[in-house]
Design a protein around this ligand. Structure first.
Ligand code: BGC
Length: 413
């Protein structure tokens, strides 16, 4: 058979060749994340498109977000991008995003989305992205085997946590799975700050950047606690991604990890269920609360023109069954209310109850370090300062607070 004939036959038989591809840019490169992503890929099977995944590694997505910007400026944005928080509205304001009002109408988002989440996904009255899930950040993941070996019980207060970490270190045990990248480190600060001051303080200081709240004793106390932790784990942190940290904690190389429940997705992916020796406990706090971020998909205007009708796939990505299945892999809870969570793991069920409670009490707070609270310029500036403070013990709390005021005054909000 002639070569060209064979080739055209192959092309027509293989959907990967014959279907146009739709590119999705994201930062889901860990095991649990990839499993969740494969559920999105599956939704495309009924369409004449193939999803082409474009992963950019880096927990929290800073490198992926930088690449997204560079590509958009250069005029070749992807078709779909993973996004979080206020950035969604910035992209919409620049005219890059398709509205998803049809999807919102077919899934009754007016009623089914939690109010905070609804607000983030709207721009000038239009819905402009699809919320998939809610991740909780103020978790402690605890390897109870390690604690038991050293006659320690799970800490419930900051003081007992600090004492457990100190004891473990004294015995030559690695207390905390914490890698050197800034995103991992600064997340811990927001847990500490919430723990010290509760929701009102957290909102005033780290969502509104209110000068009085920033100057308050609570900020000094939170920074002192952050420094105490730095003194225990040291500034020579390992080059370890968050998922390597989760695996190492699971295997007993570390006693604790403080990160969002993407760690749970990793454990579920590796073990099928949460191992008995792993405990999930809210990070110690004077007031109960929930620090969250939301994974959202935004659809760029360049593709979904006339001959790329993606409404069916968008609609299926927002169906309650899909959202539940997605969270089963991702370690999160579904982004829509009224989806029964009895099939989720014990930690996710706790997360759900705590979220419902916190959102009715007004103590559910957006994560600053995970792009939910303020615009990306402010987020990066504040995160950099906090990271430098953690890594360099010669920077005083006064200096740091002075820098936060300057950022607040100078940076466009
Ligand atoms: C995202 C998660 C992701 C985590 C680690 C967070 O910003 O919300 O979906 O698993 O980063 O990469």
């Amino acid at each position: 058979m002639k070569k060209w004939l064979l080739l055209s036959l192959l092309v027509s038989m293989n959907p990967a060749f014959s279907s146009p591809s739709v590119e999705m840019l994201h930062w889901w490169t860990a095991g649990g994340e990839e499993k969740a992503l494969s559920l999105i890929e599956k939704q495309f099977e009924s369409l004449p498109y193939v999803l082409k995944s474009e992963p950019i590694s880096g927990g929290g997505g800073a490198p992926a977000k930088a690449i997204l910007q560079a590509r958009a400026i250069a005029g070749y944005s992807p078709d779909i991008a993973l996004m979080e928080g206020p950035a969604i509205q910035s992209w919409a304001a620049l005219g890059f995003l398709n509205n998803v009002n049809e999807v919102a109408a077919s899934h009754g988002w007016g009623q089914s989305l939690y109010p905070d989440i609804k607000a983030i996904h709207q721009y000038e009255g239009n819905y402009v992205a699809i919320p998939l899930n809610i991740h909780r950040l103020n978790w402690m993941w605890i390897n109870k085997k390690v604690l038991n070996q050293h006659q320690l019980s799970s800490p419930q207060t900051w003081e007992s946590l600090l004492s457990a970490l100190t004891t473990l270190k004294g015995k030559g045990v690695n207390p905390l799975a914490l890698g050197e990248d800034s995103w991992q480190v600064v997340q811990v600060f927001e847990n500490i700050a919430f723990g010290v001051g509760g929701a009102n303080y957290y909102r005033e200081a780290f969502v509104d950047l209110d000068p009085d709240a920033l100057n308050s004793d609570k900020t000094f106390e939170a920074l002192n606690r952050f420094r105490s932790l730095a003194n225990i784990v040291g500034s020579d942190l390992p080059n370890m991604s968050w998922d390597q940290g989760t695996k190492a904690m699971l295997e007993g190389e570390f006693a604790f990890q403080f990160t969002g429940d993407w760690a749970l997705g990793e454990m579920l992916s590796a073990e099928g269920e949460i191992p008995d020796h792993i405990e999930c406990r809210a990070f110690p706090s004077t007031e109960k609360g929930f620090i969250y971020n939301v994974d959202s998909l935004a659809f760029f205007t360049n593709v979904t023109g006339e001959d790329h009708n993606m409404t069916p796939v968008m609609t299926s990505l927002s169906s309650p069954q899909f959202l539940l299945d997605f969270s089963k892999k991702k370690g999160s809870i579904p982004a829509q209310a009224n989806i029964p969570v009895s099939e989720l793991s014990r930690c996710q069920r706790q997360s759900y109850q705590d979220y419902i409670h916190a959102s009715s009490e007004g103590t559910a707070m957006p994560s600053l370090t995970d792009s939910m609270a303020v615009n990306p310029v402010l987020q990066n500036a504040v995160s950099n300062e906090l990271y430098r403070y953690f890594m360099n013990s010669s920077i005083s709390a006064e200096t740091l607070i002075g820098h936060l005021h300057a950022i607040n005054n100078e940076v466009f909000r």
